[in-house]
Design a protein around this ligand. Structure first.
Ligand SMILES: [Zn+2]
Length: 125
Protein backbone atom coordinates (compact mmCIF):
# COMPACT_ATOMS: atom_id res chain seq x y z
CA UNK A 1 0.00 0.00 0.00
CA UNK A 2 1.68 3.12 -1.17
CA UNK A 3 0.12 5.39 1.44
CA UNK A 4 2.44 4.33 4.22
CA UNK A 5 2.73 1.47 6.65
CA UNK A 6 0.10 -0.35 8.65
CA UNK A 7 1.37 -0.90 12.17
CA UNK A 8 0.86 -4.33 13.67
CA UNK A 9 1.83 -3.70 17.27
CA UNK A 10 1.63 0.02 17.51
CA UNK A 11 1.55 0.53 21.26
CA UNK A 12 0.08 3.83 22.37
CA UNK A 13 -0.23 6.27 19.52
CA UNK A 14 -1.65 9.77 19.36
CA UNK A 15 -5.19 9.63 18.03
CA UNK A 16 -6.53 11.45 15.02
CA UNK A 17 -10.30 11.32 15.19
CA UNK A 18 -12.57 11.48 12.18
CA UNK A 19 -16.26 10.75 11.80
CA UNK A 20 -18.39 9.66 8.87
CA UNK A 21 -22.09 10.29 8.52
CA UNK A 22 -23.14 11.36 5.05
CA UNK A 23 -19.83 13.15 4.79
CA UNK A 24 -16.56 13.32 6.67
CA UNK A 25 -15.93 15.47 9.68
CA UNK A 26 -13.40 16.95 9.14
CA UNK A 27 -13.11 16.59 5.35
CA UNK A 28 -9.32 16.98 5.24
CA UNK A 29 -6.60 15.87 7.65
CA UNK A 30 -2.99 17.02 7.39
CA UNK A 31 -0.34 14.91 9.11
CA UNK A 32 3.42 15.41 9.28
CA UNK A 33 5.65 13.05 7.33
CA UNK A 34 6.66 9.98 9.37
CA UNK A 35 3.97 10.52 11.95
CA UNK A 36 2.51 7.39 13.46
CA UNK A 37 -1.09 7.84 14.50
CA UNK A 38 -4.13 5.83 15.36
CA UNK A 39 -6.83 6.94 12.95
CA UNK A 40 -10.01 6.58 14.97
CA UNK A 41 -13.01 6.39 12.66
CA UNK A 42 -16.47 6.90 14.12
CA UNK A 43 -19.36 5.62 12.05
CA UNK A 44 -22.28 7.97 12.67
CA UNK A 45 -24.27 6.67 9.73
CA UNK A 46 -26.90 3.95 9.89
CA UNK A 47 -25.06 1.55 7.59
CA UNK A 48 -21.86 -0.46 7.65
CA UNK A 49 -18.86 0.60 5.62
CA UNK A 50 -15.52 -0.79 4.61
CA UNK A 51 -13.11 2.09 4.91
CA UNK A 52 -9.81 1.79 3.06
CA UNK A 53 -6.76 4.01 3.25
CA UNK A 54 -4.53 4.39 0.22
CA UNK A 55 -3.52 6.35 -2.80
CA UNK A 56 -5.67 6.57 -5.91
CA UNK A 57 -4.17 3.47 -7.53
CA UNK A 58 -4.45 1.24 -4.48
CA UNK A 59 -8.04 2.29 -3.88
CA UNK A 60 -9.00 1.75 -7.51
CA UNK A 61 -7.74 -1.82 -7.23
CA UNK A 62 -9.56 -2.32 -3.97
CA UNK A 63 -12.76 -0.90 -5.46
CA UNK A 64 -12.49 -3.51 -8.20
CA UNK A 65 -12.04 -6.38 -5.74
CA UNK A 66 -15.18 -5.38 -3.90
CA UNK A 67 -17.21 -4.98 -7.06
CA UNK A 68 -16.22 -8.52 -8.01
CA UNK A 69 -16.91 -9.85 -4.50
CA UNK A 70 -19.55 -7.54 -3.01
CA UNK A 71 -20.10 -9.74 0.03
CA UNK A 72 -16.44 -9.68 1.01
CA UNK A 73 -16.12 -8.20 4.49
CA UNK A 74 -12.50 -9.06 5.04
CA UNK A 75 -10.20 -6.60 6.74
CA UNK A 76 -6.92 -5.90 5.00
CA UNK A 77 -4.05 -4.09 6.75
CA UNK A 78 -5.31 -0.82 5.25
CA UNK A 79 -9.04 -1.38 5.75
CA UNK A 80 -11.47 -1.38 8.63
CA UNK A 81 -14.95 -2.78 8.66
CA UNK A 82 -17.11 -0.19 10.36
CA UNK A 83 -20.46 -0.97 11.95
CA UNK A 84 -23.07 1.75 12.53
CA UNK A 85 -22.57 3.65 15.77
CA UNK A 86 -19.14 2.17 16.46
CA UNK A 87 -15.55 3.35 16.25
CA UNK A 88 -12.63 1.48 14.76
CA UNK A 89 -8.97 2.42 14.78
CA UNK A 90 -6.37 2.09 12.08
CA UNK A 91 -2.77 2.42 13.36
CA UNK A 92 -0.67 3.84 10.57
CA UNK A 93 2.69 5.40 9.88
CA UNK A 94 2.53 8.08 7.21
CA UNK A 95 6.04 7.57 5.87
CA UNK A 96 5.26 8.64 2.31
CA UNK A 97 4.48 12.23 1.35
CA UNK A 98 1.47 12.81 -0.83
CA UNK A 99 -2.29 12.95 -0.95
CA UNK A 100 -4.21 9.93 0.20
CA UNK A 101 -7.79 9.01 0.75
CA UNK A 102 -9.79 7.18 3.32
CA UNK A 103 -12.91 5.97 1.57
CA UNK A 104 -15.54 3.29 1.59
CA UNK A 105 -14.81 0.52 -0.91
CA UNK A 106 -18.10 -1.32 -0.37
CA UNK A 107 -19.32 -2.05 -3.90
CA UNK A 108 -22.66 -0.28 -3.63
CA UNK A 109 -21.13 2.76 -1.93
CA UNK A 110 -18.12 3.40 -4.15
CA UNK A 111 -19.82 5.92 -6.39
CA UNK A 112 -21.87 7.65 -3.71
CA UNK A 113 -19.67 8.34 -0.75
CA UNK A 114 -17.06 11.02 -0.53
CA UNK A 115 -13.47 10.36 0.52
CA UNK A 116 -11.65 11.87 3.46
CA UNK A 117 -8.55 13.58 2.07
CA UNK A 118 -5.30 12.96 3.96
CA UNK A 119 -2.40 15.27 3.12
CA UNK A 120 1.17 14.40 4.12
CA UNK A 121 3.45 17.30 3.14
CA UNK A 122 7.03 16.72 2.02
CA UNK A 123 9.61 17.27 4.72
CA UNK A 124 11.31 20.67 4.48
CA UNK A 125 14.82 20.60 3.07
ZN1 LIG B 1 -19.94 2.87 2.69
Amino acid sequence: MAAGTALREPGLLPETRVAFSTRWQPQTVTLPLNSAVSLVISNRSDDWHLFALGDTTALRDQNLIHRLMPDLRKDYPNTRLSEPGSSVSLPWRFDVAGKFELRCVRAEHQQQETPLLIVVPKAPR
